[in-house]
Design a binder for this molecule. Sequence first.
Ligand code: CTP
Length: 399
Amino acid sequence: MLEGKKIVLGVTGSIAAYKAAFLVRLMVKAGANVKVIMTPAAKDFVAPLTFSTLSKNPVLVEFSTTDGSWNNHVELANWADMILIAPASANTIGKLALGLCDNLLLATVFSAACPIYVAPAMDREMYVNSSIKNNISILSKQHYFIIPSEEGELASGLYGEGRMAEPEHIIRFIIENHSKTLPLYGKTALVTAGPTYEAIDPVRFIGNHSSGKMGFHIAEALAAKGASVKLVHGPVNISTHNSSIKTIGVTSAEEMHKECTRLFAGTDITVMTAAVADFKLVKVASKKIKKKDASLHLELIPNPDILSELGKQKNNKQLLIGFALETNDEIKNATEKLKRKNLDAIILNSMQTEGAGPGGDTNKITIIDRQNKTIHFELKPKNIVANDVVNYIIECFKR
Ligand code: CTP
């Protein structure tokens, strides 16, 4: 979630300022671009060089710079996707509550329209002081998100509440809070991807060219919009980036069938991109088949049609989307498949456009719904196609 995010970290005068160095490391490691603003008092606790080294950005403290120019707080506020004040001292919290603006950090915060997180840090007696409590409560009633202090050993030697939340907990708070604002927050999704392999003997199988990329991108795009995603995939050479996606690897259609039927009842959104083998062998040879005969006959029987079965089980709150790979009479065949499998929508994979279909990095899709509404998309990279699919899903939940 922090990948590519622009974050202003405000560090104020508190002994917990040393922990802000760990925060910068964690945020940079997660792919965020961090700019640190320190209050003048914060410099008594940690040197700006620590933060500029860790963030790889200059640290800002004063309104004006030594060369006579100024640090534009409005520009900084507009640049930021979020502001985090950690540690937030009682003094800074008081000024925020009163609207006092005597340093660069406060001016930036008051100029900002982005989410602002405040992680208080102070001694036990200060934290329970009614004036300070009142100031924190003023902020929480406004647009600030307060990251609760934690209990533990304090710099004074006392034990109690007031310690700044641990850096990992601050990051977790921000991620959880952010996901609540996403359009698919609270929704569960099941995605299938990749090929299935049907064993012939212990070393051979019947497979197909599916890379799994389309399904993996859809799983990522659903997770990025807040859905809790389970990805059931056949043998592939790719992996997920978002650690919240639960992956379940399978080999055969039967195994995929078992996992999907187990998971389906609890899902709001199901997108089946897997290229499931339609047939399997009646009997898998227990030993490697030798080439002693001039010809070899394999007897095949149909695999379960997983999507059709889910279509029979589905209730009217569940959204079920299939893919159709067609070479001719594309719209007609896909529409027929949508009805036969009782889907809410089908995504037609064009095989008539160069660069579309399984294996590659691009795809050209058409979405057809139950009312025969058809949306055509251009040939695009598969990650962008996945965003189109997920935006379509978000629109479905608005109806
Ligand atoms: N599918 C499935 N289980 C199968 C076969 C297909 O769940 N045994 C799903 C695929 O994941 C896809 C959709 O059904 O979402 C359509 O797959 P496709 O191969 O295009 O269609 P088939 O139903 O196999 O029909 P045909 O091969 O005759 O076109």
